[in-house]
Design a protein around this ligand. Sequence first.
Ligand code: SF4
Length: 324
Amino acid sequence: MAALVELRDVVKHFPVSRSLAEIVRGKHPAVRALAGVSFDVGAGDAVAVVGESGCGKTTLGRLMLKLAEPTAGTIAFDGTALATLAGDSLRGFRRQAQLVFQNPFEALNPRFTIYRAVAEPLLNAGVDRAEHMDRVVSAFRRVHLPDVGRYLDKYPHQLSGGQLQRVVLARALVLGPRFLVADEPVSMLDVSVRAGILALLREVRDAMGLSAVYISHDLALVRYLCERTLVMYLGRVVEDGPTEEIVRRPRHPYTRALVAAVPVPDADQSRAPLPIRGNVPDAREPPSGCAFRERCPHAMPRCAVETPALRSIGERHRMACHLE
Ligand code: SF4
């Protein structure tokens, strides 16, 4: 099946302010958030992007929604490069690709009523005002807030976290998108309401046939929502494969460390957990060769000079590591 979203060699650098010494030496330091990322998201696929803070996963989500521009590489949606979109074609893309925010308490304007917040994307997209109420009611039903009259005149501070996240999702769905990016969609919620929101995300995706990318650090969460997982480390994909395989038999040393850090039920724990030492290196000056080598217990001389490429290690399973 043709991919809905295609990324090819996507690079993103963020310039940072220069020290006097760097100015004198003519250096232009930059945070290298993404260092050449390529993958596809098929129609109806649910793909997870996991990794520690600073691995580039949030930047990746923003680029896929054209909320930022890549420094190099291409991103295409339904066969059209995002870089070429403008005017009507950009508005058309914005209707089809939506973000579910991490923090529902910050996602909604506190001065807008719930109705205005959910209807705003319709207004921005030029949808006839006569259709707004029906569309808002339908979106509320979709997220299981059927008693719409109870919510429409309220303000965000009058709703609970779980109710607000449902409103945020209703806002993302009100235009009938084909593609969702959800950035840590339950991390700010009480544990007691997380399961309900996760079940809702899965139900909505199945019912609407949406393609979705879930950005998370939580492997247990992505196992519930996604058939496929990409593991990122310092701006690169280091493992990409079926989620069950990645959780049960992680292959890359970094993925093994992630799985060991958060034991997942049924995962193969027969291998000794990998101690993961230190922190993610400074993205302004990543190590040569494999970016994980300073923390990897298997590092060998080759790892310092040769950046491992993603290679196939099984059916629909790829890894970037020199280990056999
Ligand atoms: Fe470890 Fe080398 Fe593999 Fe990197 S390439 S993960 S340093 S063994």
